[in-house]
Design a protein around this ligand. Structure first.
Ligand SMILES: [Cu+2]
Length: 401
């Protein structure tokens, strides 16, 4: 009995004129063009494919290897596929039934064994890479940084950089590191799971409440002078784990500096800032003390050099390590930072005034749900401060370089 042959229906596969009308075809074309042209955009500053340090380079090299092998497999399989489609296509007037084949042992063995061998070969550098990339940094030169993830900003403390009077170096959202040196991040979260990611320096690592996760950053020596579009040595990064309302605005910047510049930066950060004694800034200081230090910390010195730390020092303990757990970013040297609101805005007087007026206008936050007693902070509230007081605060904060 001759096998039943089905005529291709209209619009079915091989149906000659497809149902894709002009619009559908145009949409398909545009989609394809966007996908293809997207590849021409060059790599942005947050690309893992442009590594700027040895650890990221190792990840990228592995990616290259997998990519090349995958392309070879893809091309081979597609070539066989295309040949089969062409050679065994349906021909007009040829209604013979094709030869029916059941099983081909050599073929089946080879398409089982070859991929297995390929995967085994790839497993060697992959597994080795996982261990090497995860390894904690060791040695006397390693710089330790304790990182606390907050909804929606980053708190950094350098536990080994201590002032004469015993204060550690504390900052937020902008992490300075020396080029060519391993920096060990010990990270935890005070609320939900975040993920620390600076693609050109290492892979991403989840930042989990109640746990310490580690990540080593290392930048090449020449990165300190390289400009990625934000100034020399400045590399953007961001939270890579959805963590609520302002997740997309939980960014950070890494400032890669020459070791000498880094030392100078660290020394300056450990210095207190002066308590303003006259003019608008002095009035700003009053407001700061009455309204802002509930959440923000600042290390100040009076004219005689007596140092005070404003704001409650809140900490949190994880596996024997003490992490900072302030309600808001440390503002001691805020004027010297280049960004505002977890690296979402340039730090300018206008932006700062707008921020103090109503932070939620600039960043989606939920301060109405704050419950400080329960330790819950979901953003900075608007305090209805008048324009003059805002100007005073701006003057004071921007002078705190
Ligand atoms: Cu986050």
């Amino acid at each position: 009995m001759p096998p039943e042959r089905r005529e291709p229906g209209p619009g079915g596969i091989g149906g000659g004129r497809s149902r894709l009308g002009g619009t559908g075809r145009r949409a398909a074309l545009i989609t394809a063009a966007v996908a293809v042209l997207g590849a021409c955009s060059g790599s942005g500053p947050q690309s893992a494919l442009t590594p700027e340090g040895p650890i990221a380079r190792q990840i990228d090299d592995l990616w290259d290897l997998v990519f090349v092998l995958a392309v070879i497999v893809f091309v081979l399989v597609m070539a066989v596929f295309a040949v089969s489609i062409f050679r065994f296509r349906e021909r007009k007037h040829d209604t013979r039934e094709p030869r029916q084949i059941h099983g081909n042992t050599p073929l089946e063995i080879s398409w089982t064994v070859l991929p297995a061998v390929l995967l085994a070969v790839l497993a060697v550098p992959t597994v080795r890479g996982i261990f090497e990339v995860r390894a904690a940094a060791e040695g006397p030169d390693v710089i330790q940084v304790n990182v606390t993830g907050h909804q929606w900003w980053w708190e950094f403390e350098f536990p080994d950089m201590v002032s004469d009077d015993g204060r550690t170096l504390v900052t937020a959202n902008e992490l300075h590191i020396p080029a060519g040196v391993k920096v060990q991040l010990n990270m935890t979260s005070r609320d939900v799971i975040h993920s620390f990611w600076v693609p050109p320096l290492n892979g991403k690592r989840d930042v989990v409440p109640g746990r310490i996760s580690q990540l080593v950053l290392e930048a090449d020596a020449e990165v300190a002078d390289k400009d990625f579009g934000f100034g020399p040595g400045i590399i953007p990064g961001q939270c890579a784990e959805f963590c609520g309302l302002a997740h997309a605005d939980m960014r950070l910047r890494v400032f890669v500096q020459s070791p000498a510049d880094f030392e100078a930066w660290a020394a300056a950060q450990l210095e207190p800032v002066p308590i303003p004694t006259e003019g608008a800034a002095a009035a700003g200081y009053e407001t700061f003390n009455s309204t802002c230090t509930t959440c923000h910390r600042a290390v100040v010195a009076d004219a005689d050099g007596a140092v005070t730390t404003l704001g409650a020092e809140r900490t949190l303990e994880v596996d024997g390590v003490t992490f900072l757990d302030q309600f808001g970013p440390d503002l001691t040297h805020f004027g010297g930072r280049s960004t505002l609101g977890a690296a979402i805005l340039e730090n300018s007087e206008e932006h700062l005034a707008d921020w103090i007026d109503n932070p939620s206008d600039l960043k989606p936050m939920a301060p109405l749900r704050n419950d400080l007693e329960a330790g819950k902070v979901l953003g900075m509230p608007s305090y209805g401060i008048d324009a003059e007081q805002i100007a005073q605060l701006v003057e004071m904060l921007e002078a705190w370089q």
